[in-house]
Design a protein around this ligand. Structure first.
Ligand code: OKP
Ligand code: ZN
Length: 344
């Protein structure tokens, strides 16, 4: 299988993540992609190709222009304020404030455009986010033009990024940008299946009122897990999007026997929706040893996941999301991709 990747994803080298009341080295680190690339080579998965530059137009097809401008300017403006650390949001428009006036001051703007405090903005963040969406776009274009499966080794990930908010290590919603590109290239309906441990709140929000993208997500129950405020089974879409959103919140501690039932149900829903392309938001943090997640999938389970995804029988684009057990991230990703290829 062809992989798309570029070293520009490493331009984000954040030093701080707010975690348990202290600033730690971020879980979403550049070594993640080094280790996936290493395993791709070891396993002879296939060629690794550079993406092409698509510019910001496909990003603006799903993200608000003021949000994109905020991301472009944030680091420079933060530095101009003489701040010592990285840019981290610390005040939000909460339920007791309307929040309908976007503040001028950067601290207020950070709160407006952030959905969590785990994700700093630092030098190179905007550039890495652009590289990541170019990887997603190049990968989906390859699947669209050849019908072949392909893997986009995106970093930073994307599925938590909403139309005008970053967080959960995500800035541009890579899967959403790719899905919109597929629609704008002539596809009538696209499926996004999110197998990352965390609910893809951003992807759900972007497409919630639309029937041209079917979004399904299998994730830790938001009553117990990040992002806490979205991802319940009762969220099924709105307006013409009603029936085109399917959430499978599972209890922390769930193993593959439970997980795979949700997968098979999600695949049946995708099949019934007659989607012409499958985009897999491929997080591998459902792994049993993941440091910030709570499912119990084994490395062999990821192979079986790949086999079952192939059963859908539609052109498939895999895009990297989370996965923080760095010692196993390469094995788990490549197991999905090789399981898929073996069953194709
Ligand atoms: C991103 B992706 C504790 C963790 C905070 C929340 C999880 C973000 C997951 N500092 N971050 O879905 O893998
Ligand atoms: Zn995750």
């Amino acid at each position: 299988m062809l992989t798309f990747h570029t070293a520009a994803t490493q331009l984000r080298q954040a030093r701080t993540e707010l975690d348990g009341g202290v600033l730690v080295a971020p879980y979403e680190c550049p070594e993640r992609v080094d280790l996936v690339l290493k395993r791709i080579q070891q396993a002879s998965l296939g060629e690794v190709r550079e993406p092409e530059a698509f510019g910001l137009e496909p990003v603006l097809a799903i993200h608000d222009p003021d949000y994109v401008q905020f991301l472009a300017e944030c680091w420079e403006q933060w530095c101009a304020l003489g701040r010592k650390g990285e840019a981290i949001a610390w005040i939000w428009p909460t339920r007791t404030m309307p929040g309908d006036v976007i503040p001028d001051h950067l601290d207020g703007r950070l709160g407006h455009y952030a959905l969590s405090a785990d994700t700093s903005i630092c030098a190179g963040t905007f550039e890495a986010a652009q590289a990541s969406k170019d990887i997603a776009l190049s990968t989906v274009r390859h699947s669209l033009t050849t019908g072949e499966p392909a893997f986009g080794l995106c970093r930073p990930p994307g599925h938590h990024a909403a139309s005008d908010q970053f967080g959960g290590y995500c800035f541009f919603n890579n899967a959403g940008v790719a899905a919109q590109y597929a629609l704008d290239s002539g596809k009538r309906r696209v499926a996004i299946l999110d197998v990352d441990f965390h609910h893809g709140n951003g992807t759900q929000q972007v497409f919630y009122e639309r029937d041209d993208v079917f979004f399904a997500s299998i994730h830790g129950d938001p009553c117990h897990c990040f992002p806490y405020f979205l991802g319940h089974a009762s969220e099924t879409g709105r307006g013409r999007g009603d029936g085109f959103n399917a959430n499978y919140p599972l209890a922390p501690g769930s193993a593959f026997d439970v997980w795979v039932q949700a997968l098979d149900d999600a695949l049946a829903r995708l099949r019934a929706a007659e989607c012409e392309l499958l985009i897999v938001s491929l997080g591998v943090d459902a792994f049993e040893d993941d440091p910030i997640s709570e499912f119990k999938l084994t490395s062999d389970d990821f192979s079986e996941m790949g086999r079952r995804l192939a059963g859908l029988g539609v052109p498939t684009t895999f895009l990297m999301e989370g996965g923080y057990a760095v010692e196993a991230i390469g094995t788990n990703v490549v197991n999905v991709l090789q399981g898929f290829e073996a069953a194709e």
